[in-house]
Write a protein that binds this ligand. Structure first.
Ligand SMILES: *Cc1c(COP(=O)(O)O)cnc(C)c1O
Length: 331
């Protein structure tokens, strides 16, 4: 399903599937360590960038352009991919240039990327995308052959990484002799979600028992368009040469109750989850993504969503460098 696709080997996979503690309702928590994908400090974007960069190289690109919030993990990992592949990297970021770079920005600059500050408010995604398109045109005119990647790398090509990750995860569950009832993860631009659903649909079509896929939304306005996730997932299935396998729109589940006020604004439940993860598993989770995502898992378990004794996998999508930015660690 994947062998015909262009892929740059950038991520350290398979990532470990770790047994975690038993949580509320007798749910056994498992953690899929996609924070440890290696590239540039790791995180879910490494898997997407394998296919995005494979495509970029096949098209003869000499530069990568992408976009994100001030503490974008995706931008940091794209910077590392460019460093590894010898491609110039341009990052379009929200906010103004800080007097001292911190967290993900510090690392992106260390990887040699050029940071372009738009002054845009944190989650004004539309404004950021327009700035990315403008910069791409400029670089194109300069003859740099840029490959331009939208927010979060959430194209069908990028999402392929998570279709493959779903297959990898189910193989590991077989090895561990568990049949998880749900795979839960942190979602913003929807590419991870679309990829996981595509992988799920592909395996279901082959007759495998497949878990529910539950997205914990951490950004408004990016993933509120639920049908888009199914559409993007179907585009992934097309790339996998499975045009007759489709995603049932009813299988697209985004739980938006854990966002709080908005993207990157910490919540009490999320901060509790950051501390819980650190103290119970030595896991590094951040306040914008993984902490809120895990708060969703713990909250769903407390509500009785999972049967007693159920195995539930949380895909840890990364984000630790943000702990080292201002207010990165909850007080
Ligand atoms: C980007 C990101 C996500 C969300 O992934 P999407 O595919 O954009 O929905 C989750 N967690 C972390 C740490 C991220 O950097």
């Amino acid at each position: 399903m994947f062998d015909h696709l262009e892929r740059a080997r950038l991520a350290t996979t398979p990532t470990a599937l770790e047994a975690g503690p038993v949580i509320d309702g007798g749910t056994r928590l498992w953690v899929k360590r996609d924070d440890l994908t290696g590239l540039g400090g790791g995180g879910n974007k490494a898997r997407k960038l394998e296919f995005l960069c494979g495509d970029a190289l096949a098209r003869g690109a000499r530069a990568l352009v992408t976009v994100g919030a001030a503490q974008s993990n995706h931008c940091r990992i794209t910077a590392a991919a460019g460093a590894q592949l010898g491609l110039e990297v341009h990052l379009v970021l929200s906010g103004d240039e800080p007097t001292r770079a911190e967290g993900n920005q510090l690392l992106a600059a260390l990887f040699g990327a050029q940071l372009h500050f738009t002054g845009a408010a944190e989650s004004h995604w539309g404004e950021l995308e327009i700035a990315r398109e403008a910069l791409t045109s400029e670089l194109d005119a300069e003859g740099l052959a840029p490959y331009s990647i939208p927010i979060g790398g959430s194209t069908a090509v990028g999402a392929l990484g998570y279709a493959l990750a779903f297959v990898e995860l189910l193989e590991q569950c077989d090895e561990q002799r568990i049949t998880p009832t749900a795979v839960v993860f942190t979602s913003s631009s929807g590419g991870t979600h679309a990829g996981l659903l595509a992988g799920r649909a592909a395996l279901a079509a082959l007759g495998s028992a497949v878990p529910d896929v539950i997205a914990i939304g951490v950004a408004k306005g990016v993933n509120v368009g639920l049908p888009d996730v199914a559409e993007l997932g179907n585009d992934v299935l097309d790339l996998m040469n499975l045009p007759d396998t489709r995603i049932d729109p009813d299988d697209v589940e985004v739980d938006t109750r854990w966002i709080g006020e908005d993207y990157a604004i910490p919540t009490t439940a999320g901060d509790d989850a950051v501390r819980w993860a650190a103290e119970r598993g030595g896991w590094l989770m951040d306040r914008t993504y993984s902490g809120k995502g895990l708060s969703g898992v713990l909250g769903l378990a407390a509500e009785g969503r999972f049967d007693p004794g159920a195995d539930v996998v949380f895909v840890h999508t990364g984000g630790w460098p943000a702990l080292f930015a201002a207010n990165g660690v909850p007080a």
